[in-house]
Design a protein around this ligand. Structure first.
Ligand SMILES: Cc1ncc(COP(=O)(O)O)c(C=O)c1O
Length: 406
């Protein structure tokens, strides 16, 4: 083995395979063609295929209601509004997540408050959450990061004790479960994204799940220009907007939903197998299982990398080498969200964020370590491979480890 054997240096790849995403066949093509022919493309009355999909998704998640909308970000914002937040209310979120989890809080004129993640799951740490609670806190918004359930028992206990709402950001967690319950069905509301990289996709789209009739009715109205069921076409009760999805998206989503359960089990089993393959490689620690997640959707498979065991090779370079070896992978977020210019420079435009808000001193050490040093992601479509692929992923890591010492 020589350094030049690494694929990044022109050597052969450990695996040369395409992991297709999205997964579809002629049925998706036909259903879209049928929708074209039907002429019913839009969704002015929130009915037709859209209503059918919403019913199916609610049934799948085990919630009474599911209300679709244009994307996962809007789903989160509408859920927040429907939970009755007021300007200046605080919403506790993790800093190791996509920007939308934080930006939509500000778009609802609320204050994102960052609480650190736990080192073994990269999910919100309930101890950090409790420390972040003030008299202004109204909502905890846990992100089931990568598809692994947050500690919902501990978070629900805090919500109960302090009188807070829980909105689950389940953008990574379609089909995943906590103690046998589907994620998105545990808090006051759950929010999913159907953007193209997600485990259930129609290119774009989102949905709010809830068991609460009032939250459901408000989300339904807000996504439909403030109309109410039974009201007139030009009768608007709330400051909503047109956030409706199309019949095309709903038709696609119903077929994709039919594939989701089997895909989730495949990813879950591959994840467990990959854990067993990586556990003895020094400097590579998968996030830990066994925190109540009865089904992990592995939107991401995350390894914690330690450069000490890779001759000091920075994470960014390791991740580039791994990708070059043919493992669909990525170094992840470059920094925790509170470091983003929008928060450091308070670029809040005309949103009603109180003057007191200041992120310059925020520090969440676990999230910083995850971004700068540790977290490397293998992407969900690669987790739909077979056992041999998982073995190749492990082989690629060992190849890099050997090569950096030559
Ligand atoms: C954790 C998380 N929350 C929310 C979103 C927002 O979803 P969308 O892109 O559909 O608006 C994403 C999207 O990547 C996400 O990863």
């Amino acid at each position: 083995m020589k350094k030049s054997d690494l694929a990044i240096n022109g050597g052969p790849k450990t695996l040369d395979k395409v992991f297709p995403w999205p997964v579809f066949d002629e049925r998706e093509v036909e259903v879209l063609a049928d929708t074209v022919r039907s002429g019913a493309w839009g969704n002015p009355n929130c009915d037709g295929e859209v209503a059918r999909f919403e019913e199916q998704y609610a049934g799948y998640c085990g919630t009474r209601y599911a209300i679709s909308c244009v994307n996962g970000s809007v789903a989160l914002r509408l859920a927040l509004m429907a939970c009755g937040v007021r300007p200046g209310d605080e919403v506790i979120i993790p800093p190791y997540t996509f920007i939308a989890t934080a930006s939509i809080v500000a778009e609802a004129n609320c204050v994102p408050v960052f609480a650190d993640i736990a080192p073994d799951t990269y999910n919100l740490d309930p101890v950090a959450v409790e420390k972040a609670i003030t008299s202004r806190t109204r909502v905890i918004m846990p992100v089931h990061f990568a598809g692994q359930a947050c500690d919902m028992d501990a978070l629900s206990a805090l919500a109960h004790q302090y009188g807070l709402k829980i909105i689950e950001d389940a953008a990574h967690a379609h089909g995943a479960a906590y103690k046998g319950k589907k994620l998105g069905s545990i808090g006051d509301a759950g929010c999913f994204s159907f953007q193209s990289s997600k485990n259930l996709t129609s290119g774009e789209g989102g949905i709010v799940t809830t068991g609460d009739e009032r939250i459901a009715a408000m989300v339904d109205s807000l996504r439909n220009v403030g109309r109410v069921r039974g009201g007139q076409w030009y009768e608007h009760h709330y400051l909503g907007c047109n956030y409706r999805i199309t019949q095309f998206q709903a038709a696609l989503l119903m077929l994709q939903l039919g594939r989701l359960e089997a895909q989730t089990h495949t990813r879950n089993e591959n994840g467990l197998y990959l854990n067993s393959l990586l556990k003895d490689i020094p400097g590579i620690r998968p996030l830990t299982r066994g925190h109540g997640e009865t089904l992990h959707s592995y939107h991401l498979y995350i390894i914690r990398y330690d450069k000490q065991y890779f001759n000091g090779l920075p994470k960014r370079e390791f991740a580039a080498m791994l990708a070059a070896e043919g493992v669909p992978s990525f170094m992840g977020y470059p920094e925790p969200l509170y470091k983003q210019p929008v928060f450091q420079k308070k670029n809040f435009l005309n949103y009603a964020i109180p003057e007191r808000v200041d992120y310059s001193g925020v520090c969440c050490p676990v999230a910083e370590r995850a971004c700068y040093e540790e977290g490397v992601w293998i992407l969900q479509h690669a987790m739909l491979g077979d056992r041999e692929d998982m073995e190749k992923f492990a082989e690629a890591i060992v190849k890099i480890q050997k090569a950096v010492y030559l």
